[in-house]
Design a protein around this ligand. Sequence first.
Ligand code: HEM
Length: 429
Amino acid sequence: MNVLSGDTLEDRVLDSVRDWLSDPLESRFPYDGVLAAFHAGGKEFVAKELLALLHEARAAFGRFAGSPARTALLRDFLDVALDKHDGVYDYPSYTGLRLLPMPSVDEPDLLADIAVPRRDRLTVQLLADVARFELGALDGTETRLPLVRPTPREVEKRLRHAMRVAAPALDRVMTVRRPSDAQVLDQARWLVATIDVRLDAYERDALRLSMLPVYTMHDEYVFIRTLQLFETTFATLAVLLERVVRDLGEGDDPSAAAGLRSCATLLSEAAPLFSMLATMQVEAFRTFRDFTSGASAIQSRSYKLVESLCRRPDADRLDSAAYTSVPDVRRRVLDGVLTIEDVLDLRLGGDGAGPEPELATALDELATTVQRWRQTHYSIAVRNLGQRTGTGYTEGTPYLDVVRSIPVFRSRAADATGCPVAAHREEEA
Ligand code: HEM
């Protein structure tokens, strides 16, 4: 079949998927065409005929020949592409989380010293991808998401914050000398080129397949990547905190304190992502969020894992949308998975004695960093959302206003009354 026989992009893509179905090898899948069709109008507006064909493609799943990893990537991509069609659209599918190789508590015995480099690698890849998109739009070579391009000044700010987040991760994970004295745009170009030559084929595909915006507003790109970047850090924190629980159980307080400090450091390093996101144009956000109803980070499994590894959530929170939106994390809590606070209570026997100073400081440092994250998140939500309700069916910012002061550790005074430190200043953006 001549895959170029159709007149329009849509015709050509339909032909290419039909052709693929005649010999469904993973390596033959027409990713380029399918992505182009999704980007042309956004996931919300993909032609029903294409969705029906992709549905057929997924049904051919047992016959995709290819490596297990590549086959899983195609299957996950089809699930993410078909989420609205299947009626299962949610936050993990909006952000294509399954497509990204982030650390996970589901990987038995994933070591902290593997989780952090994996987080760093994915972090710099996602940031380099943001930079590639923004620079391409500036240069006029990027044709995706053409609506409401930001000004060059906003792009420069955006990339400055991207570079701030990338810097410590790059320094840990690669032996490269960063051109920190160069102009921001040159630094960003350097990042794109440096990461590009280091991507393997799988990573390259995972990156491009995990970008399926609902509409064609330029700024949805940075929104999706910001969510994915924070998710990468939360997922890593969950792995590290599970280790902290074990270390505490074994009485290895120095390792537990080091684990807690790593969590605080990684979350602090990620904080300028909020500044990067603060360059998003409010009107652009309000336009594309018309099509994101049902997808809210209240469904973030990793965030709730982090929270519920610190301490057992109170009963009212466990029975609220906060946890009913993440049923498997709720199940873990109900099953009595041990938390940091549980182990400390067991060890200290509730006699009022606190942990050793090094451990106490590390606990407070993490609690403060998480509170600061919540405060900044609240501010950015207020600015972008105003009085609107959330896409996760809460009343919106009033929900965030309440949950931002929930203590990270019930027993630690530092965060018992809310955030003791000023919010990260995304206004400085
Ligand atoms: C324009 C930016 C943002 C707005 C307007 C916003 C708004 C909201 C709202 C209204 C909620 C409450 C649940 C709902 O009804 O949807 C929420 C929850 C949440 N958001 Fe955001 N958000 C933004 C950016 C982010 C980013 C970048 C992240 C990073 C992953 C994030 C992570 C979370 C998490 C983890 C929750 C659950 C909090 C909890 O249940 O305690 N948000 N957000």
